[in-house]
Design a protein around this ligand. Structure first.
Ligand SMILES: NC(=O)c1ccc[n+]([C@@H]2O[C@H](COP(=O)([O-])OP(=O)(O)OC[C@H]3O[C@@H](n4cnc5c(N)ncnc54)[C@H](O)[C@@H]3O)[C@@H](O)[C@H]2O)c1
Length: 452
């Protein structure tokens, strides 16, 4: 990694800032939007028509944001619960085509791209079917549920020449882009550790989402929801709180670690770890779920740093999420919609401990020491202390991520968070589950994307 002096650091640090504000005595640099709005469609025919497959909380949220991007129109939605199809019409109009069977959507010629907001166990099949039907895909994270999903999605994207972007929106965040620049410029010296966490302490935080009063085999297409999951009788908890069971979700690793991995890989420009160890347990939310609510993972990266990730759903406090990058000359923290650098360069001389020695010896040591390490005159610029960068009010990484997707769709350009990126992030995150279940260290080849 290139090292820079303070002046170089300041120059890089100010590269994309657009003004400053002072809050509580701290100066905050406001980051500028790096790209303008996407080019408007040249004609009505140039409009990108999209459909939502999996119209639950996140799918509806993504699609509402997508509809804000100029030139994007929502024309259809598929879901297994009638209430969500009804709400899709409330959101996007009565003429929005709705169905329980996403294949009816894929058969339509007027749909260019789909947003996949299903539970994890459907991500691969819907994405692959959509690409084979000629649609571009925005698929929610984690890209995979099973390791075999990764190569199939990557291969299909390649063979069909479709664009697929995975939905860890922080990859399109101004804050993360700034952090990436800061790290590359040497702002914290040589990276040796990343500490990332996502802690919660609430029922909703632990995925106890509301079950609608009309939930039944009539309003819910249970067989379609199950897909490849084990065939069990209708269970509304499984349907609406699917994250709690590994048949459909991927535990905290697939739900939350994956965001922290996407962020880490983007900022550090790395492909993934080579070794993983995880431990944890089900400590509090003992409601029949089969995944832990406390999980700790440690990972070795071949670039010479370790990643430590944690999720604790019983954290005894407020929800808290963040990443700290530790380097030889400082630390960089991402949290609360800002990135801050605390720079304390290493000492240029080692110092001495001589007080317990005879006085004559102390003098001798000091003399020899100062010959070796003369006091610098002048003493030079003080080390840069603290710098903070925040996104401007109203900036949204979700909007930026969808805007980037539609720009790629319109211009047939590659995206950053493509299928390979998505597999490297999810594949690394899910090593935690493998290690936790095996009670053993797991090795991963981040280039070939394989457990070894
Ligand atoms: N990027 C983020 O910040 C973020 C945030 C939350 C969730 N997510 C991801 O979004 C996905 C959805 O999560 P959610 O919280 O919206 O879940 P949800 O339960 O609210 O919605 C999932 C929907 O998919 C539907 N569905 C299931 N099988 C289907 C099928 N075969 N065809 C069509 N629809 C089907 C269900 O009926 C349900 O309405 C998950 O993969 C999750 O990890 C991402």
């Amino acid at each position: 990694m290139e090292q820079v002096n303070r002046r170089g650091f300041l120059k890089t640090a100010s590269a994309v800032t657009a003004g400053t504000l002072v809050s509580g005595g701290t100066k905050i640099h406001l980051l500028a939007q790096e790209q303008g709005e996407p080019a408007k469609p040249a004609s009505a025919n140039d409009q990108i028509q999209i459909a939502l497959i999996g119209a639950g909380g996140q799918g509806q949220g993504d699609t509402r944001t997508a509809a804000e991007v100029p030139g994007v129109k929502v024309v259809a939605a598929a879901d297994c619960y009638n209430g969500r199809l009804d709400h899709a019409k409330e959101l996007w109009g009565d003429d929005v085509f709705t169905t329980r069977d996403y294949n009816e959507i894929l058969a339509r010629k007027d749909i260019d791209a789909v947003i996949v907001g299903t539970p994890d166990h459907w991500h691969k099949q819907v994405s692959v079917d959509a690409m084979k039907a000629g649609k571009d895909v925005y698929c929610e994270k984690p890209m995979i549920h099973l390791y075999s999903d990764g190569p199939e999605i990557i291969r299909t994207a390649h063979e069909t020449n479709r664009i697929i972007q995975i939905g860890s929106q922080r990859v399109s965040s101004l804050i993360y882009t700034k952090a990436k620049q800061l790290l590359a410029s040497g702002a914290i010296g040589q990276l040796n550790m990343v500490t990332a966490w996502w802690d919660r302490n609430s029922a909703l935080g632990a995925w106890d989402y509301t079950i609608p009063p009309d939930a039944s085999p009539e309003t819910c297409d249970w067989p379609r929801f199950l897909g490849t999951a084990p065939k069990i009788p209708f269970n509304a908890e499984h349907f609406f709180q699917w994250r709690k069971w590994k048949a459909y979700g991927s535990g905290v690793a697939g739900d939350l670690f994956v965001h922290l991995f996407s962020g880490t890989h983007y900022v550090t420009d790395t492909h993934g770890p080579v070794r993983a160890m995880a431990t944890g347990g089900l400590r509090f939310w003992k409601d029949g779920r089969d995944v832990p609510d406390v999980l700790l993972g440690t990972f070795d990266y071949p670039q010479g740093f370790n990643l430590s990730v944690r999720v604790n759903f019983v954290d005894g406090g407020e929800e808290s999420e963040g990443l700290i990058f530790t380097g030889s000359e400082g630390t960089m923290e991402i949290g609360g919609d800002a990135v801050s650098v605390n720079r304390v360069p290493r000492e240029t001389e080692p110092g001495f401990t001589i007080e317990s020695f005879p006085e004559a010896m102390q003098k001798e040591i000091v003399k020899a020491y100062r010959e070796k390490y003369p006091i610098p005159h002048p003493t030079g610029e003080p080390p840069l202390g603290y710098a903070k960068y925040a996104a401007p009010a109203g900036d949204s990484d979700s909007y930026n991520h969808l805007k980037n997707f539609f720009e790629a769709v319109r211009n047939r350009r590659p995206v950053v968070e493509d299928a390979v990126f998505g597999f490297r992030a999810a594949g690394a995150a899910l090593l935690s589950n493998v290690s936790y279940e095996r009670g053993a260290v797991v090795r991963w080849d981040p280039e070939q994307m394989k457990i070894v």
